[in-house]
Ligand binder design. Structure first.
Ligand code: SAM
Length: 281
């Protein structure tokens, strides 16, 4: 698939994702939250689009030592849930970068709604062509997004380039494990827009090649298998709004794709990785 077609594939996938701004706002309204006064303490329970919710943000914050004077780049920031969480809970400044324009627009709206736009900003762009100058950030984070990006060596090099020397990159991602068949790989590419999946060790080597030491490399495959079974049920619970917004065929397609994805954790073909690395030069 050409680079442009892959970008269209990923952005269409996220533009028609069951977790979206309208679904978040409808859920808040149904639960009686006054949207003119929504606080980040409430919003953060609804707007995270990665595995493990806000607790996962907290683990990355601890590993990367995020504090009030840290400037964080959230690579593939989606609707900005982790960016707002970090700014609100740790007092830091966060800049988000995302490929899907509608996600960037939603991230801005939700951030203004939570009154965090003085510390959290978003930019539309491709992480492979990172628009920020060298040595801008203290920390880069990413969650369940690098799996969509081809050329992981370039991706990691770009993340490290925009870190100050001594800066940290902390991320989690969906990774390939032993025994993944070519048929599974092709289906995950077609239906989940995953491309050139890495392994835990592969990421460690890419980080070292980019001039980092890697004090933390953790296999999350077992806990993610349980989290993902629950996530499949969560998506099934969103059937009504998903059908209303995108149609029954879209819901069915999503359900088939996500069931297959979760099945790959059960067969051991897919796993999860959490890494933290430090730029040394
Ligand atoms: C699973 S969402 C994660 C969002 C966010 N990290 C969170 O935890 O809520 C993955 C995001 O990656 C973005 N993405 C995929 N490929 C990208 C790329 N090449 N550059 C920037 N963003 C990308 C998608 O647009 C999507 O918003």
């Amino acid at each position: 698939m050409s680079e442009d077609r892959h970008i269209d594939h990923v952005t269409t996938y996220y533009h028609t994702h069951p977790i979206n701004e309208q679904q978040i706002l409808d859920k808040l309204r149904r639960e009686g939250v006054d949207l003119t006064r929504v606080s980040e303490d409430v919003l953060q329970q609804y707007d995270q689009d990665h595995f493990g919710g806000v607790a996962a943000n907290e683990v990355l914050a601890g590993l990367a030592r995020i504090e009030a004077d840290t400037h964080v780049l959230d690579v593939c920031s989606g609707m900005g849930g982790p960016a707002r969480y970090l700014a609100h809970n740790h007092g830091c400044r966060v800049t988000g970068l995302d490929l899907t324009e509608s996600r960037v627009v939603s991230a801005g709206k939700l951030t203004r709604m939570a009154g965090l736009d003085d510390r959290v900003a978003f930019r539309h762009g491709n992480a492979l062509d990172n628009p920020f100058p060298d040595k801008t950030f203290d920390v880069a984070i990413g969650q369940e997004a690098f799996c969509h990006i081809p050329d992981k060596a370039l991706l990691i090099a770009e993340c490290v380039r925009v870190l100050k020397v001594g800066g940290r990159i902390a991320f989690t991602d969906i990774v390939e494990r032993n025994g993944m068949t070519e048929a599974s790989r092709a289906r995950l590419r077609r239906e989940m827009t995953f491309t050139e999946l890495q392994t835990l060790d592969g990421y460690r080597h890419l980080l070292e090649d980019a001039g980092c030491t890697v004090p933390h490399a953790e296999d999350l495959s077992a806990p993610w298998t349980d989290i993902l079974k629950q996530r499949l049920e969560m998506y099934r619970g969103l059937k009504e709004p998903t059908v209303a917004r995108f149609g029954a065929a879209h819901f069915q397609k999503w359900d088939d794709a996500y069931s297959f994805f979760v099945g790959c954790y059960e067969t051991g073909e897919l796993g999860g990785a959490r890494l933290m690395a430090r730029r040394e030069r």
